[in-house]
Design a protein around this ligand. Structure first.
Ligand SMILES: Cc1cc2nc3c(=O)[nH]c(=O)nc-3n(C[C@H](O)[C@H](O)[C@H](O)COP(=O)(O)OP(=O)(O)OC[C@H]3O[C@@H](n4cnc5c(N)ncnc54)[C@H](O)[C@@H]3O)c2cc1C
Length: 275
């Protein structure tokens, strides 16, 4: 099987720690880690894996996932260079799924195209952002996509066209700065995390509930609740996925007990929930 994969994919690694590929810096090994450089190799790779009943997981920037300590059975696939285009088209941008969202936001600003300012400072890829419908300040990314092209018969996003409107680049840049400054002041952007851990329940903010429950700074093993934003869990450096999961459970129980609200995870938990 590996020989077959090697014929299609130049870059494969065995037992690759996912902690190297996630913003959390957490996660056990993927049996196989493969970078698909273009659509043809992605198509052939997924076909072989499906024909042989081997599981695979499509990794974006790894900024919204928690990978279990046991890692990923099967193949973790990342999209390579052939998926990184960011091109001007009429009324918008044509963007490859592996293009970093910050690069897309930057290109939009330089082209005088408005609509993506809210995404300033959201890490990860455009494919990942479209998949999870990344949002900030009441704006969502998916409504901007006038077309999303997926790998045939699969959920894998290959590219998208984002519809944006003309605006003075200096107006766009000042909006971007405003959003980014706010994010920088209120979120621990430069520590190891996966963004907001829980979804906001109707009419409430998850972070506020966690803060009101007195859980800022609460720690399990190497994972703790951020002092800056209570909906962020931080890996202080040596956290295991189980530490994060146990801390999440502790938060859920405390918030449920105090406010009768069950917080639902926003981060994607990959692998078994508990070993
Ligand atoms: C400091 C920090 C701040 C953040 N701020 C925000 C914020 O303001 N708003 C917000 O919404 N999020 C935020 N996040 C979370 C995260 O950055 C976003 O959700 C981001 O859009 C996820 O993209 P990714 O490429 O990293 O996806 P990944 O984490 O790699 O993957 C997420 C999911 O998408 C799937 N996926 C990825 N690429 C594709 C593809 N091409 N086709 C099909 N499925 C795919 C994966 O399989 C997985 O299920 C933040 C994270 C951090 C660390």
């Amino acid at each position: 099987m590996l020989d077959k994969i090697r014929k299609i994919i130049d870059s494969i690694k065995l037992n690759e720690p996912m902690s190297k590929h996630t913003s959390f810096g957490i996660g056990g090994p993927a049996d196989v880690f493969a970078v698909a450089e273009d659509e043809e190799s992605l198509k052939r790779l997924t076909q072989i894996l499906e024909d042989n009943g081997i599981d695979y997981f499509l990794l974006g920037g790894g900024t919204n996932i928690l990978v279990n300590d046991k890692g990923i059975r099967g193949v973790a696939i990342r999209l390579g260079r052939g998926f990184e285009k960011v091109e001007r088209v009429e009324n918008g941008l044509a963007v490859g799924a592996a293009a970093k969202l910050v690069k897309v936001v930057d290109k939009a600003q330089r082209e005088g195209l408005s609509g993506l300012e809210f995404a300033s400072g959201i890490p990860g890829t455009t494919g990942g952002a479209l998949m999870v419908n990344a949002s900030a300040f009441g704006h969502l990314i998916r409504p901007l996509a006038r077309r999303i092209r997926r790998l045939k018969g699969s959920k894998i996003i290959l590219e998208a066209e984002l519809e944006l409107r003309r605006e003075d680049p200096s107006v766009i840049v000042s909006k971007m700065r405003e959003y980014f400054e706010y994010k920088r002041e209120t979120q621990p952007l430069f520590l190891k995390s996966a963004g907001c851990v829980f979804r906001n329940p109707p009419n409430r903010f998850a972070g506020q509930l966690i803060q009101e429950a007195g859980l800022k700074g609460e720690r399990v093993g190497g994972a703790y609740v951020s002092f800056k934003h209570a909906n962020f869990i931080i890996n202080r450096g040596d956290a295991k996925a189980t530490d994060v999961l146990n801390l999440m459970e502790l938060i859920q129980e405390k918030v449920k007990g105090l406010f009768g609200i069950l917080l639902e995870p926003e981060i994607n938990i990959i692998g078994e929930t508990f070993p």
